[in-house]
Write a protein that binds this ligand. Structure first.
Ligand code: T4K
Length: 395
């Protein structure tokens, strides 16, 4: 490899990573924090004893309440996962057709829930700094069929919620946030989930806060929560009334019990991740061709991801090369989110999916790499990851 003027497509193929740089044990992009097994077993015994396994049982009720308190949200509904929660959020607001403006730089679930609701996704380009939907481009995409805006707080970085709300209010549109990455993120002293009509959280095993599988919706009124709760339970309102074509989106008791224990650990997990992130930032700041997410005033972060961006011509290697070398060094970094959703064959023919109209998202998807981050990751392992990055850059 050469540092400047290198051809990112070909260079870097000729050298293997020195064995001394390989981490002894793998560093995954993330690892779940595990509650004490004995404590969990005690809760499982309670579930066994009660024979109440699902359908809004006592653990479900306790978790819903505790989450509401933690987030400062009055109306929280638990789900079996974030994807079904988002699917139901659209149904709850009666958005089941037309168009919704969304970001292509996301996990497949965001776009797929639109398809499953017979909605056409309209892809809007992203902001080069935050990697979130660029509000300056939303107005130009609004048409007679537009029903809502579905932004994502990518990597837990808050969207420009004020600009988005101003546009939505002016056009009479709903805003549903995919806050899958944003548990515990605070913006101007409030949980980020307080923005928009509804926010979705994911509690998947790979998330900062987890119930193994799970998710939640936070909404603004008891009336919307009632509709959400019946939609996630087949549309059942009471024993003899079905109000709408609902689905089965309920969280089971075993997951709610795990979630209750996990909630006791999440602040400590954030604290430990903050130290990991600080070490990466200390080691990687200022490296040519490598961009970090800038810290933003007014944001309390959750450190759910540690994304870096590689500009191949200045860094001296492409993102893909770095990814491969890290893998050779026992470091499981991930290209979240490559390819962007507009490139999936199922969406590529949509009018808004042309890569030429999404230049920032296209570029970011080529540059992005998420480095391992979790509370149990030692600072020694973080140094090991950074040593590999440094070696790739210099070689
Ligand atoms: N919207 C956004 C913006 C999202 O990012 C997601 C999910 C959703 C919506 C949908 O929410 P859910 O319906 O999932 O609640 C993972 C997760 O499966 C997915 O939840 C998440 N986003 C996405 C960003 O990451 P993969 O395919 O990358 O996961 P996987 O299995 O490769 O795991 C990544 C690493 O995590 C592994 O290398 C090791 C570690 N891991 C994973 C699992 C499953 C563990 O240590 N233990 C585990 O049990 O998608």
């Amino acid at each position: 490899m050469t540092r400047t003027g290198a051809n990112p497509a070909t260079h870097g193929q000729d050298r293997s990573l020195p064995a001394a740089l390989r981490l002894e044990s793998p560093a995954f992009v993330t690892r779940p924090t595990m509650p004490d097994l004995k404590e969990y077993a005690r809760l499982l015994e309670e579930i066994w004893g009660s024979r109440w396994l699902t359908n809004q049982g006592p653990f479900h009720q306790r978790l819903e309440q505790r989450l509401g308190e933690y987030l400062g949200e009055d109306h929280v509904s638990l789900f079996c996962n974030g994807t079904i929660a988002l699917l139901v959020a659209l149904q709850a607001l009666r958005i089941n057709g037309g168009q919704v403006i969304t970001t292509p730089f996301t996990f497949p679930a965001t776009t797929h829930v639109l398809f499953w609701n017979r909605i056409e996704p309209v892809f809007c380009d992203i902001d080069p700094d935050t990697m979130n939907i660029d509000p300056r481009q939303i107005d130009g995409l609004i048409g007679p069929d537009t029903r809502a805006i579905l932004p994502v707080h990518v990597f837990g970085q808050p969207c420009d919620t004020e600009a988005i709300q101003e546009i939505a209010t002016r056009h009479g549109l709903h805003v549903i946030y995919d806050a899958a990455h944003a548990f515990g993120v605070r913006w101007k002293d409030r949980s980020i989930t307080a923005q928009g009509d509804i926010s979705m959280l994911s509690f998947h095993a790979t998330k900062l806060y987890s119930s193994m599988e799970g998710g939640a919706l936070a909404c603004r009124s008891a009336e919307v929560k009632r509709r959400i709760d019946s939609l996630k339970n087949f549309g059942i309102a009471d024993e003899e009334t079905v109000i709408a074509p609902g689905i089965n989106g309920k969280m089971i008791e075993a997951c709610a019990a795990f979630g209750l224990l996990h909630l006791n650990m999440v602040d400590e997990e954030i604290r430990r991740r903050r130290a990991v992130a600080a070490r990466y930032t200390e080691r990687l700041t200022g490296l040519p061709g490598l961009n970090l997410l800038p810290a933003r005033a007014g944001v309390v972060e959750n450190y759910s991801y540690y994304p870096i961006r590689i500009r191949a011509s200045e860094f001296g290697a492409s993102r893909d090369e770095l990814h491969r070398y890290l893998r050779a060094g026992n470091v499981v970094s991930r290209k979240y989110f490559y390819p962007p959703a507009n490139r999936y064959p199922c969406y590529a023919k949509l009018p808004s999916a042309a890569p030429a109209s999404l230049p920032v998202s296209e570029r970011v998807a080529q540059e992005i790499l998420c480095l391992p981050i979790y509370g149990e990751l030692s600072l020694q392992a973080v140094d090991g990851v950074c040593d590999i990055i440094d070696w790739v850059r210099r070689s």
